[in-house]
Design a protein around this ligand. Structure first.
Ligand code: B4P
Length: 191
């Protein structure tokens, strides 16, 4: 089993690259952002609670996302590996993920961290907001709040995996295909 974390700030291209990576490597894609948006569109109580946080650019509480990931792991016992996209986003989520994987005698092989400047992030998210209908992409203040949440709560998740030598920084600016090839080189060298 090959388990990979695709890491980076909002708008760094995690969702974009994940789609391409799962199709090349046959991994199961677990995006907490997508799972939360699906709960919102079904108007479940979890979705309605999460929307309040997401609309302000804040992280959803740990117990909610950890519970979603735990269920998704249990629902996919035959996966050849998981691509975690947008998870873990806090140290508590990282520790919880390690415990969940240990129960299955599994571990994270590598964290690939996309490096993109703040101005490029804001530009991409504003552009996506013109067509996506995502309420968290529609104004620059909320986009900057998401980037601040990343800096204060998420960036240190890379330190957690660094202590096990599992973090590789990848340049996240350039064409989508160039970035994809850089990610593939890192994965291929570990398979
Ligand atoms: P997510 O759904 O994870 O999304 P994201 O961080 O906004 O974007 P991503 O990095 O996937 O960017 P994308 O590829 O789409 O999170 C949304 C919210 O959900 C969070 O703010 C939080 O509230 C909540 N949430 C999710 N997970 C959580 C967790 N674990 N704990 C707590 N809360 C959680 O790319 C963005 C844009 O850039 C796209 O339009 C794309 O076309 C463009 N783009 C991509 N690559 C490009 C390139 N190389 N050049 C130019 N443009 C590019």
């Amino acid at each position: 089993m090959f388990n990979l974390i695709l890491f980076g700030p909002p708008g760094s291209g995690k969702g974009t690259q994940s789609e391409k990576l799962i199709s090349r490597y046959g991994l199961r894609h677990l995006s907490t952002g997508d799972l939360l948006r699906s709960e919102i569109s079904k108007q479940t109580s979890l979705g309605l609670a999460a929307k309040n946080f997401m609309d302000k650019g804040q992280l959803v509480p740990d117990e909610v996302v950890i519970g979603m990931i735990s269920s998704s792991l249990d629902e996919n016992p035959d996966a050849k590996g998981f691509l975690f996209d947008g998870f873990p986003r806090t140290s508590a989520q990282a520790e919880a993920l390690d415990k969940l994987l240990q129960l299955k005698k599994q571990q994270i092989a590598v964290m690939l961290a996309l490096d993109v400047s703040e101005e490029e992030l804001v530009k991409r998210l504003i552009k996506r907001g013109e067509t996506s209908g995502r309420s968290d992409d529609t104004n620059e203040q909320i986009i900057r709040a998401r980037i601040n949440e990343y800096r204060s709560k998420t960036a240190m998740v890379a330190d957690y995996y660094s202590q096990f030598n599992k973090v590789v920084m990848v340049k996240g600016e350039g064409s989508i295909d160039e970035i994809f090839e850089s990610l593939c080189r890192e994965i291929d060298s570990r398979l």
